[in-house]
Design a protein around this ligand. Structure first.
Ligand code: C2E
Ligand code: CA
Ligand code: CA
Length: 632
């Protein structure tokens, strides 16, 4: 027989820590999944268990004559609750590691059996005085090992379970659990040796702290309040399981993503404000540096349509200050996307086809378009991965360009098409933005350049009078560290003279891209490559910058040709621009010349080259022979 050595401090601490953990869970982990609820219940049981033991000691302190049965009752309640907590912990581990029903059944059944058996045995031991009795208002132990054995068996069961699921968990998490278990068992041993039942509750707390830290620490940006992608996946899984629907608002700011700029404090506080004030229980996620996603539970926000309108109004007035380009997509979750957790790719597929600074509301047909997008993305990824310079899926079309000085079609523009098994022929308006956004564009460029070189070599060998073919390059490709080397080596390998190849680039708006573009053009011009400024007149044409870049030919966009044909004033503007470029020794090419009227106007306006449907639609490059024969 040994007297209990008790001090309430540790149990009060355990209770306090549990409550703190509950508070932290509630505020930080906004996505209430099933595992979250099970874990919270586990914490709750421990709070009640320590409560029972505290009550027991409190009663004994206050009133040494407290009836024995009440004391025994509280002690067995304490133990039963601790077993219940261990049982719940097993359920938690099975759920958190996503074990199938069949796989988890033996563990849960065993845990239930252990809980019931030892609860009964322990209670019987207590009431029959084999576990403890009361002497002079103090608790004395009678050396029954029932509770310890039960605890030990649970530890073995949980250890076996963790061993079984070890491949499902990140290794470091497993190592974490292992050491926490070692420390807990060590603490329990110490508490038994010193007859300090005080520590019992503490050893139950340790695994819970480990779970909280390892499984539920939910990283989010402290300033923005945004959760990361893992949280989003959890939320979507949860909403799918519970048939909950969400409204989503996505805000994408390309510049923040591409240049790794940090968001300004004003922007941050606007986002925070919108996320916090307009909807109830909405959760903000940060998909990437410049991509925010607000998920709004529809059931908690009956008036969400109105609120959304208010947000857009506020956004409109506030946004002026920030001047980032943006794309906004608003839609609702659907089962079809939830199951595959496709929202981010879905939203990206929409970004790929909407212009900057627009707000887009998802429509029914978007899902079909998305399936198409996905299919194409898969193929493009495959093309990029295989790096086959002859990949048959990449087709080279070309559009001959009329040279006014020579009166011949002696240059052409290469235009890409994809021929895919499932979807047939795909046009650039679909796959170019997709390839750009997902980082595959440079791979495609290399293939089309290679194929263009081969075709051009053949045409020259057969005696056709084609002097040069231009290939389109996307501005973002210039960031590829080996851009110049890649282009140079493809041309060199083909044996073509570099002056036979031209590159078409569009203007870019930001400073770092501008400097990079300048460097790249200068380097490749040294090799003899010609440069075209594409789509002049569509962007924010910055003349000062354009003139700083060593382009050879300026391609006036079809929209300029159209405008010129519509008003005298536009024609004058067009004429002065063309004259300016000519004076500065650029050649002027008009794109989208569709008829005689367009042609006559362009001829008047300093044209050196003409391109458009009037002469030819884009044709497979192999058909260029026939075109040239007919034209001569
Ligand atoms: P772009 O470089 O401005 O190419 C000219 C586009 O205008 C072509 O569309 C062409 O078919 C079309 N076009 C030609 N003449 C006329 C005309 O008289 N009237 C009208 N309305 N349109 C005309 P396409 O082939 O669909 O290409 C669209 C865009 O896709 C291209 O615009 C270019 O930006 C991009 N693209 C095409 N091939 C490539 C490529 O290999 N690499 C990259 N990075 N982009 C490409
Ligand atoms: Ca072009
Ligand atoms: Ca163009």
């Amino acid at each position: 027989m040994q007297l209990e050595n008790y001090n309430s401090a540790s149990e009060i601490t355990v209770m306090g820590v549990c409550l703190v953990m509950v508070v932290l869970l509630l505020v930080s982990f906004k996505v209430r999944m099933k595992t979250f609820r099970i874990f919270a219940v586990t914490l709750g049981i421990l709070i009640f268990a320590t409560g029972a033991d505290l009550m027991l000691h409190y009663l004994m302190d206050k009133n040494p004559d407290t009836p024995r049965n009440i004391i025994y009752g509280l002690r067995s309640l304490y133990h039963v609750l601790l077993f219940a907590m261990l049982h719940h912990f097993v359920v938690y581990a099975c759920t958190a590691t996503a074990l199938t029903r069949e796989a988890r059944n033996p563990y849960v059944t065993l845990a239930t059996a252990l809980m019931i058996t030892f609860s009964i045995a322990d209670t019987v031991a207590i009431y029959t005085g084999r576990s403890m009795y009361i002497i002079d208002g103090k608790i004395a132990f009678e050396g029954s090992l029932i509770f310890t054995i039960g605890y030990g068996l649970f530890v073995v069961l949980i250890a076996t379970l963790l061993y079984r699921v070890r491949h499902r968990l990140y290794r470091r998490v497993m190592i974490g659990f292992f050491w926490v278990a070692v420390i807990s068992v060590g603490m329990l041993a110490v508490s038994r040796i010193r007859i300090q039942s005080t520590f019992t509750a503490t050893t139950f707390l340790f695994p819970l702290i480990a779970v909280m830290y390892l499984m539920h620490s939910n990283p989010y940006d402290v300033q923005l309040g945004a959760n990361d992608l893992r949280g989003l996946n959890n939320l979507i899984r949860y909403s799918d399981e519970n048939g909950k629907n969400y409204l989503f608002l996505s805000l994408y700011m390309r510049e923040l993503d591409e240049n790794g700029k940090t968001m300004s404090e004003e922007m941050r506080s606007l986002i925070r404000h919108v996320a916090e004030t307009y909807y109830r229980k909405s959760v903000l996620f940060q998909v990437s540096n410049g991509h925010m996603l607000l998920m709004v539970p529809k059931d908690k926000n009956p008036g969400y349509e109105e609120r959304t309108k208010e947000i857009l109004k506020e956004f409109d007035t506030e946004y002026e200050k920030f001047r980032y380009d943006y794309k906004m997509v608003i839609g609702e979750t659907t089962r079809e996307l939830s199951r595959k957790n496709d929202y981010i790719i879905f939203i990206r597929s929409i970004h790929a086809r909407i212009p900057e600074n627009t707000i887009y509301r998802v429509q029914a047909d978007d899902l079909n378009k998305f399936r198409m997008y996905e299919a194409v993305l898969k193929e493009v990824a495959d093309i990029a991965a295989k790096k086959n310079m002859e990949d048959p899926r990449v087709l080279v079309y070309c559009q001959p360009v009329y040279n006014i000085r020579t009166g011949k079609y002696d240059t052409a523009e290469a235009l890409m098409r994809l021929l895919l098994e499932d979807t047939g022929m795909i046009f650039p308006d679909l796959f170019i933005p997709l390839a750009e956004e997902n980082g595959y564009i440079h791979a495609l460029t290399q293939i089309i350049l290679n194929k263009t070189c081969t075709a051009l070599n053949n045409l020259i060998a057969e005696g056709y009078g084609i002097t040069r073919i231009s290939v389109n390059v996307s501005a973002m490709e210039l960031r590829e560290p080996d851009f110049c080397a890649d282009i140079g080596s493809i041309i060199d390998k083909s044996g073509l003279d570099a002056s036979r190849i031209a590159i078409e680039l569009t203007e870019s708006r930001n400073d770092s891209d501008f400097l990079l573009m300048k460097e790249r053009i200068e380097e490749l011009k040294q090799k003899g490559i010609t440069f075209y400024l594409d789509d002049f007149g569509t962007g924010y044409s910055n003349m000062e910058r354009i003139l700083e870049l060593p382009f050879d030919i300026i391609k006036f966009d079809r929209s300029m040709v159209i405008a010129g044909g519509q008003s005298k004033r536009s024609e004058q503007v067009l004429g002065s621009l063309a004259e300016l470029f000519s004076k500065l020794h650029y050649s002027v090419l008009y794109e989208g010349v569709e008829d005689e009227k367009d042609e006559n106007m362009c001829r008047e306006l300093n044209a050196s080259y003409l391109q458009g449907y009037k002469y030819s639609k884009p044709i497979p490059i192999s058909e260029l022979r026939r075109f040239l024969e007919k034209a001569s």
